[in-house]
Structures are given as structure tokens and as C-alpha cells.
Design a protein around this ligand. Structure first.
Ligand SMILES: C[S@@+](CC[C@H](N)C(=O)[O-])C[C@H]1O[C@@H](n2cnc3c(N)ncnc32)[C@H](O)[C@@H]1O
Length: 835
């Protein structure tokens, strides 16, 4: 049987050469086609002609040998453009006409392989050796490089076997099919023409046919997996979980306990290596989780620590927290969120305590000068020094370290921040240092520490958003700017800001205004009728400061921060449509509606009445016995609580006899009223957690009346939280001031004012004042209450007359505009400023 090897098969030759990797140059059955062709029928179709042509070739060769012609056997069939007769090369066989030879198809493998000299030059490859040897070298090296790069594998062994490993090092020179490497040895290559011309017509046709088929075969091979290096051998299915291999057979079984699963996984890998070896039995040690989500936090020894009596009561009523005798040290309740969740029952939200600022490229407001600390301008500092807060803030709280200056801290109630001079508990225990904490937090800068950023809203100009979470009532950012007097405010409005579209003015304290045109980011905080923050004024180190605090619920990252402006535009022409979008939106930027007082719980009231009467009686007794100062130091706290009453009483004591007794009784009554007021407010607001605000209101609800002789008056009332701009008037002149001292003289009024619930517009006294009359003129009759006014404004707004501010979207028409509108309008010549 004839061997399948034909000339140029190449696998048994001594050296790998370019021809080795060029299947079209062989006429033998191709190894790839054998290895890769899955369709046997097809393969046979291809092989048959190849075998046929190989047989024909061999027959032709043997014919020639018989006829004495020297035809190189086992040479590569090299196709050339024409015969290149050389000395060592045999001449074309005699007897064949020149014409017949010329008609033969001519192939140039150099050209086909892209290695022809001219072609190389055309490609600009001028660095290679131009000599034939050099060209051969280049071709060979290129072939190798190509082979390496493509990793083409023509072996029947399949892909992956290195060519060098497969090719035997030593060539079998004795083999009739061994191939001479002509280019390297320098021996001129025999041409196909020579060989073909020696063949008969049938042989030539067969060879040609084979070439065509081989060409097609190579084209087809390009689509094979071997060519594309796709390994289709079956892959063992494996599942990885938490970085561990999971046996699919076992995965279908019910999941074992974590500890067991861990052990099994370890064993599993061992099993794979030695499937029959029994796993050594190890004693299983049960592992317990000793900490929960809040690992690292200390378990609070007293979960009631720092809570008010009311909160303690709420907490005590939660069955899950009922004492079982043994504290739960294993999985402690989450310290903050857990308790709050249990107490407030708010929906669960995944904690999102990370900083999440807006991506870069956000629209930014026009550049403005910032100010991190308030600055008194002009007479404002002198004004401040005259206020009672300036002196009151020097008094010390009576908290003990274990109290931690919590809800009941005197300073806290009065909205005075504790510091080293006025705190009894000490810095380490004090919880009433919000502004100091804020300073500490923001000192180093950074987005998380600052925690707020400006955002562009779709319809309300710029706003402020949180880029981190906040606890309820936590300080967020300070509202800073220049503290100016009302006179200075007027001047600025008329001279500096007259062409401004935005005003960042807020009533600050009594007759002072904070102008944040040069100020902090807090000036961009928008209004909402359902806000998540409050703007509260505190006295810190004897100075008034305003800050935005979180409301009663926590604030999550990305929320827009808002507070209730409690804005009172006074006149319909200044009314702006509110775009806050909350369900309870009042429709306009208007004042807060009056809160309806919930009925007081009788039990508490009884207690407080009893206590107050007792206190009053004791005071009266002391005063009558002339032993007013006989209280020892241990009663200091009680004394402080009675301060106002004492003051009033002291005044009364200066008189004699019955007058003194009457005064004392009055004082006692005042003390009782105060007490009732405070307690009722607390009781009412405890569930909401707004104690501080309301307590303070009860204390510092001061109404100031301003006005020019013969001109309408301006009213200013003090308010701890969110300020109200009621309207604007032309000239602001102080005519009469009702200070705290004056209040003391009229305890009844003061007491009733103190009990004013949260959110009541302070500048709407029931008695008709000249200011109210003037306002009523402007707004029309029957608009005495804030609610009525709001209704009339809404009506005006909806009817389109007078036209609402057409530029609400981009214009910040705040206090300034209201004031200026009336200053310039000259009609409604008064304004109320409530703080
Ligand atoms: C102190 S500025 C707040 C920042 C302002 N958005 C800005 O772009 O500068 C107050 C002004 O913002 C607008 N604004 C704030 N809250 C609004 C609301 N809920 N609806 C409509 N406009 C509002 C009003 O024009 C208002 O006069």
C-alpha cells in the first residue's frame, strides 16, 4: 500500500520550515482536515482526490525514473512563475514544446505568501537582507513569528501541542519523501513547472484540481474551532460560593448549618483527591456569634440614660425591652436606631450613613462672599448688649454629670448652649454643646463633615441637600451673615440691594436682622410646609447664633433640607406661590397656621397645680416671715425655677403690708401659671420631641412694637424657631419696647404669652393696634388672623389680582423684597417682624 505521505508533507523532515505551516503547498491529505472534520463523508470526498493526485504524482515520478530522468523525489513542490534553470537543477524535460510549458498555470508561492522580494520592498521593509539567503532567513523568521503569534497547529494531535515538540529533530534522510530545504542550503528550488511538465495531462489536471480543493479547504478551516482556539472539551461543572467550591451533587441537598458546611467544604477538596479515603473525624466545636450588627459598640448599661421621663415611660412600655433580669449582652439592641425604631415605630430603612455628594458638574450659584462667623455691623453689637439674653446667658445650669445636660438642663430649655462658664455637668458629660460639636465636625473640612451642599431645584432656584445622614434634632449647618440693625437693613435695601432679585435677610433677634448676602450655605435652604428641619436661634458664649437643625425624624442622605419660613408677606402683592409640593402645602409662602391645643391630660395638670400651689404657699410663707433668703444652696434648682416669680415678688416686697402680701400672692400665681404653661407645653410636645423650642418660647416670647411718631408701627416678636417676615413698612423707628422687664411687670400677660403654642404667628395680637389697623386697611376688612389673611392671599393669588411674583422660579423674594416692596410702594407703611 502506498504511503499517504507525499512530497512536502513535512512532518518527518528534519527542520521546521515555512513550508511546514503552509498547507496549500502540500498535496497530501491534510492532517487538519483529518483531525478537525467531523463529517466523515465530506472528509472522504476531499481525501479521495488528494490521494488520487498523490498516486498520480508518484506514478509519474516512477515513470520518469524508469525512463532515466532525474526527478527529485520528496522535494517540496514550489510554484514559480517560470522555470529558473540553474546548474544544479535539471533542465525541463525534453520533448515538451515551449508552448505547452507556457500554457501551464504558473503559481508563485513567494507572491502568495507575501515573501516575494518585490513585495517586501513595496511594503517598505528595507532593513532586511536583500540577498537571497537573507530573504530566506527573513521568510523563515517571519514564518516562525507568524506561527508563534497565531499558534497555528497543523498537527493531527490536535491543538496545543508545540510544533517543535512534534517535529522530530533528526530528519530521516533515507526516507524517499524527506524534503530538502532549498532556501537555507542555498540549493536552487526546483520548480513545479519542472515537475508538472514531467507529468501527463491527467496528472497535471489532478494536481491543479487538488490545489483548488486545498485552497477551499483552508478557507473552510478558518471557521473551525481549532483555528479560533476554541477548546470544546467538556468542562467540569463547578459552583463557587463565598470563594469555596460547592459540589453540585451536594448543593441539591438541604443546606447544612454554617459550621458544618465549612467543615464539609474543607473535606470536599480532600475527597476529590482521595475519594475513598474516609475523612478523619474531628470533634465539632459549635461557634456562636457573640456580636450583632453593631459589633464594637458598648452595650449601654442603662438604656434609659439621657431620656426624659416621658421617653423612659414609653420605653418601659415596650415589651421587648422589659427587663428579664439579665442584661442582653450577646446581641445588644442597636444603640440609636434600635431604640428610636422601637419608640417611634418608623418604617425600617437601611442605614445609609455614607457620604453621597452630587456628582461633579452641577450648576452653581453665582459667586458670593462666604462668612463662617456672624459679624455685628454698626450699632447691632450695642443693641445686642442691651438685650436680656446677653446677661442671662451668664447663669449656670444645675445639671449633674449623670444628667448630662439633657432635656431638663436649664440652659438647654432657654436655648443657651453650655460652655465652661455656664455648665455644671462638665464638658465630658454635657450634651448641650451643639454649636461646639458642629465646629469640631466641620473644622477639618471635607464633604462628609460639612454634610450639606447646594443643589439646583427644578422650580425654586437653588436649595440645599444633605449628603450624609442626620439624627433627629442634630445640628446641620449654621446660618451666618452680618448682623445688622433694621435701619441698616433699610439702607441696604434702598441703596445696595435695590436691583437685586434675591435677598437673604432673616429676622434674627428683636430689632436685628441677619443678612446672609455675605454668609453661609444655609441661606439657600428653601421653604416647605412639611419641613424636615428647623431654623433655631441659640445663645452661644453670650452671642446669638442661628443654625439649621434636623427635625423630629432622622434625615437621610440626599434629602433636600427645608424649614418652614413662617413667612408673612403682609400684603397680597408680595405673596409667592409655594412650590414645596407637600400634601399639607399651604399654597403660598405664608405664616404657619395656628396649632390647636390638645386637651391637657388631667392627671399631669393636677400634679402640676398641686406642686405649683405648694410652691406658691411656701414662698408666701417665707416672704411673710421675712425669711426670703433663708433657702440653702441645695434648693438652688428650685430657686432658679421660681426666678421670674421671685423677681416679681421682690418687686412687690419693696412695698409694705398688704401690698407685699398681694404681690407675693401674685408671684405665687405667676409661678403657678408658668409652671402650668411649661408643663402643659412639655406634655403636649413630648411625643413630638419639640420640647426645647416650646419651652424656650414660653420663656422668651417677647413682643416688641416699633413705629415712627405719626407713622405706622412695626411689630417684632421673638421666636425661637423659623422666623416670620410679616410685611414691610417705610421707616422703622423704635417707639416702644416691651422687654422681659416689662413682662415681669405684667405677669398675667407674660404668662399667657408664654403659653402660646408653637407656630402661632406672634405678630397678630388680638387687640387692634395702629399697625393692625393699617394692615387691615391694606388687606381689606376681616383679615385679622393669620389664617384669614392667608385665605385672602390665596384667593388673590388664584384670581390673579394682584399678580403674584412672576419670577418665583428664579427669584428669591424673601424678607428684603417684602420690606422693599412696601418701602417703595408707600401704601402699607408698616411691617411685622417676628422672631
Ligand atoms: C432664602 S431664598 C432660598 C434660596 C433660593 N431658592 C435661591 O435660589 O437663592 C428664599 C426664596 O426661595 C424661593 N423659595 C423658597 N422656598 C420656596 C417654595 N417652597 N416655593 C416657592 N419658592 C420658594 C422663594 O423665591 C423665596 O423668596
Amino acid at each position: 500500500m502506498l504511503p499517504l505521505q507525499g512530497p512536502g508533507l513535512g512532518h518527518d523532515q528534519g527542520e521546521a520550515s515555512f513550508i511546514d505551516f503552509h498547507p496549500p503547498t502540500t498535496v497530501s491529505p491534510d492532517s487538519i482536515s483529518l483531525a478537525s472534520e467531523p463529517d466523515l463523508g465530506k472528509r472522504e470526498n476531499l481525501i479521495e482526490p488528494l490521494i488520487e493526485s498523490a498516486i498520480q504524482l508518484l506514478e509519474a515520478e516512477s515513470e520518469q525514473q524508469e525512463s532515466g530522468q532525474q526527478t527529485p523525489v520528496g522535494q517540496a513542490i514550489v510554484v514559480a512563475e517560470g522555470p529558473i534553470p540553474t546548474e544544479s537543477e535539471p533542465a525541463p524535460p525534453a520533448g515538451r514544446s515551449q508552448r505547452a510549458r507556457a500554457s501551464l498555470p504558473v503559481y508563485n508561492l513567494d507572491k502568495l505568501g507575501g515573501t516575494a522580494k518585490g513585495e517586501r520592498q513595496a511594503k517598505g521593509d528595507t532593513l532586511v537582507d536583500e540577498s537571497e539567503d537573507g530573504a530566506s532567513e527573513t521568510v523563515n523568521s517571519r514564518a516562525k513569528a507568524t506561527d508563534g503569534a497565531l499558534n497555528i497547529d497543523w498537527s493531527i494531535d490536535g491543538p496545543g501541542t508545540p510544533i517543535r515538540a512534534r517535529v522530530p529533530k533528526k530528519a530521516n534522510t533515507a526516507s524517499p519523501v524527506s524534503r530538502r530545504v532549498t532556501r537555507r542550503s542555498g540549493v536552487p528550488a526546483e520548480t513545479l513547472t519542472v515537475t508538472l511538465s514531467s507529468l501527463g495531462k491527467r496528472g497535471r489536471d489532478a494536481v491543479e484540481k487538488s490545489f483548488t480543493k486545498l485552497k477551499r479547504e483552508v478557507e473552510r478551516l478558518k471557521d473551525t474551532n481549532e483555528y479560533a482556539h476554541i477548546d470544546k472539551r467538556p468542562v467540569r461543572f463547578s459552583v463557587w460560593s463565598n470563594g469555596k467550591y460547592v459540589d453540585p451533587a451536594e448543593a441539591k441537598q438541604p443546606a447544612p448549618s454554617p459550621v458544618v458546611a465549612k467543615e464539609d467544604n474543607v473535606k470536599d477538596s480532600e475527597k476529590q483527591e482521595e475519594p475513598k479515603a474516609p475523612a478523619p473525624k474531628t470533634k465539632r466545636v459549635k461557634k456562636w456569634l457573640d456580636k450583632g450588627l453593631y459589633a464594637g459598640q458598648e452595650t449601654p448599661s442603662d438604656i434609659y440614660y439621657g431620656l426624659s421621663a416621658k421617653d423612659k415611660k414609653t420605653l418601659a412600655s415596650i415589651p421587648e425591652l422589659a427587663s428579664s433580669g439579665k442584661p442582653n449582652q450577646t446581641l445588644p439592641t442597636p444603640m440609636f436606631n434600635g431604640l428610636r425604631l422601637l419608640m417611634n415605630g418608623r418604617d425600617f430603612k437601611l442605614p445609609y450613613d455614607v457620604c453621597n455628594p452630587l456628582p461633579p458638574g452641577q450648576p452653581k450659584p453665582a459667586a458670593y462672599r462666604t462668612m463662617t462667623k456672624n459679624r455685628f455691623v454698626g450699632d447691632a453689637a450695642a443693641y445686642w448688649k442691651k438685650t436680656p439674653h446677653f446677661h442671662d446667658s451668664l447663669s449656670k445650669c444645675v445639671c449633674k454629670p449623670e444628667d448630662g445636660c439633657a432635656e431638663d438642663c436649664q440652659n438647654r430649655i432657654m436655648l443657651y448652649e453650655c460652655d465652661d462658664t455656664n455648665c455644671n455637668a462638665g464638658k465630658a458629660y454635657c450634651q448641650n454643646r451643639a454649636f461646639q460639636n458642629l465646629q469640631e465636625r466641620t473644622k477639618k473640612g471635607g464633604r462628609y463633615r460639612v454634610g450639606v451642599e447646594v443643589l439646583k431645584t427644578s422650580d425654586r432656584g437653588y436649595g440645599v441637600r444633605s449628603n450624609r445622614c442626620y439624627e433627629p434634632n442634630q445640628i446641620i449647618t449654621e446660618y451666618t451673615g452680618e448682623i445688622i440693625t433694621e435701619e441698616e437693613c433699610d439702607r441696604r435695601m434702598n441703596e445696595i440691594y435695590k436691583d437685586n432679585e434675591c435677598y437673604y435677610l432673616m429676622s434674627f433677634d428683636q430689632n436685628m436682622i441677619i443678612d446672609a448676602t455675605t454668609g453661609s450655605i444655609a441661606r439657600f435652604v428653601n421653604h416647605s410646609c412639611s419641613p424636615n428641619c428647623r431654623m433655631i436661634k441659640w445663645i452661644v458664649l453670650g452671642q446669638p447664633r442661628m443654625a439649621l437643625f434636623a427635625g423630629d425624624r432622622p434625615i437621610t442622605t440626599g434629602e433636600e433640607l427645608t424649614y418652614d419660613y413662617n413667612f408673612d408677606p403682609f400684603s397680597a402683592k408680595n405673596v409667592q406661590k409655594c412650590l414645596c409640593g407637600s400634601p399639607n402645602c399651604r399654597g403660598i409662602l405664608g405664616p404657619k397656621p395656628k396649632e390647636v391645643k390638645p386637651p391637657k391630660p388631667p392627671k399631669d395638670l393636677k400634679k402640676s397645680v398641686k406642686g405649683s400651689v405648694k410652691a406658691g404657699k411656701r414662698k408666701l410663707k417665707e416672704l411673710l416671715s421675712g425669711d426670703a433668703d433663708a433657702e440653702d444652696d441645695s434648693k438652688a434648682a428650685k430657686k432658679r425655677k421660681m426666678k421670674t416669680a421671685t423677681g416679681v415678688m421682690k418687686q412687690s416686697i419693696t412695698s409694705t403690708g398688704l401690698k407685699a402680701a398681694k404681690g407675693a400672692a401674685k408671684g405665687a400665681a405667676t409661678a403657678f401659671k408658668r409652671s402650668v404653661s411649661n408643663i402643659s407645653v412639655k406634655t403636649k410636645t413630648t411625643p413630638k420631641g419639640t420640647r426645647y423650642t416650646l419651652s424656650r418660647k414660653a420663656k422668651t416670647n417677647v413682643v416688641k412694637t416699633y413705629g415712627k411718631k405719626g407713622s405706622p408701627k412695626v411689630k417684632v416678636s421673638s421666636r425661637s424657631e423659623s422666623l416670620t417676615i410679616v410685611a414691610a413698612g417705610s421707616v422703622v423707628e423704635k417707639t416702644k419696647t416691651t422687654t422681659r422687664k416689662a413682662q415681669k411687670k405684667t405677669p398675667k400677660k407674660a404668662a399667657s404669652a408664654k403659653s402660646t403654642p408653637k407656630g402661632t404667628p406672634k405678630a397678630t395680637p388680638k387687640k387692634a393696634t395702629p399697625a393692625r389697623k393699617a394692615k387691615a386697611k391694606t388687606d381689606g376688612p376681616g383679615t385679622s388672623s393669620a389664617r384669614e389673611r392667608t385665605a385672602s392671599w390665596k384667593k388673590a393669588l388664584s384670581s390673579g389680582s394682584p399678580a403674584p411674583n412672576p419670577d418665583v422660579k428664579s427669584v428669591s423674594l424673601g424678607l428684603g423684597n417684602s420690606i422693599r416692596a412696601l418701602i417703595n410702594g408707600g401704601k402699607g407703611k408698616e411691617f411685622f417682624v417676628s422672631t
